[in-house]
Ligand binder design. Structure first.
Ligand SMILES: [Zn+2]
Length: 249
């Protein structure tokens, strides 16, 4: 899901990219990849999950509580059973806020209450689990919210394009879009080659997985292409939580 950025949005996002709030020197001795699904549409689990597992990986599902069990703009979202099933299968449940707002426009006190609400929502379904990673709704970041969320979670993922290598900014990890509206095979293959060359961490993101995806989603073939490209390059696919552990061990 997205929105057209205003000039002010671009300026705030530009400033945020240049303001690392959580440096960590990568300890990776080999490249690693993560597949992440935001919001998340039900098909990210029912169609996307089996594809990730077929390549021996596990994914990260960035979950926003407000989408649970609903249908919106023609998309069916996950329900509580989906969350239980993917958690039991070893996939990671990350946080994506409860209300899925443009967080730079929301007061810090409200964002903290929202973060607690999403954690309570997930624990109400899964029991005592730690939400060990976070993704910014719409990829929308400001210096204030970057600081706030990087204190709440071990790492946060944005949508600015790139590979995480060398000095990592855990407050806003670089990411690679698998959304059909941006996708070309060449771009993915270049990014994977860069991750391999730099012993980097490549974090893919998308939403639904369908033969007729939303502009923000992927076809099964797009997801398979990314997984085939990384596994043929000898790159292991790990949830964000596990890749972070390896990168900072
Ligand atoms: Zn989202």
């Amino acid at each position: 899901m997205g929105k057209p950025f205003t000039f002010r949005d671009r300026l705030v996002n530009w400033a945020s990219r240049r303001m690392p709030v959580k440096w960590a020197r990568s300890r990776l001795t080999g490249p690693v990849a993560s597949i992440t699904f935001d919001d998340f549409p039900r098909s990210a689990w029912t169609a996307g999950g089996p594809i990730v597992e077929r390549f021996g990986g596990r994914a990260t599902y960035f979950t926003a509580g407000r989408f649970c069990g609903i249908r919106e703009e023609g998309i069916d979202y996950y329900d509580a059973d989906d969350l239980r099933a993917l958690h039991a299968a070893g996939h990671e449940v990350g946080s994506h806020t409860y209300f899925h707002q443009h967080v730079p426009e929301v007061r810090s006190s409200e964002l903290l209450a929202d973060a607690r609400r999403n954690a309570d929502f997930v624990r109400g379904i899964l029991g005592e689990v730690e939400l060990s990673s976070f993704a910014f709704p719409f990829g929308d970041v400001s210096p204030r919210t970057k600081l706030l969320f990087s204190r709440l979670y071990p790492c946060c993922r944005g949508i600015r394009p790139g590979i995480n290598a060398g000095l990592l900014d855990l407050g806003q990890l670089w990411a690679v879009s698998l959304e059909v509206r941006h996708w070309t095979a060449e771009r993915i293959e270049q990014q994977v080659a860069e991750a391999k060359a730099r012993n980097g961490w490549i974090v893919f993101f998308t939403h639904d997985v369908s033969e007729t995806p939303a502009p923000y989603g992927s076809t099964p073939a797009i997801l398979e292409h990314a997984l085939r490209t990384v596994t043929e390059a000898g790159i292991e696919v790990l949830p964000v939580r596990d890749a972070l552990r390896r990168a900072t061990a």
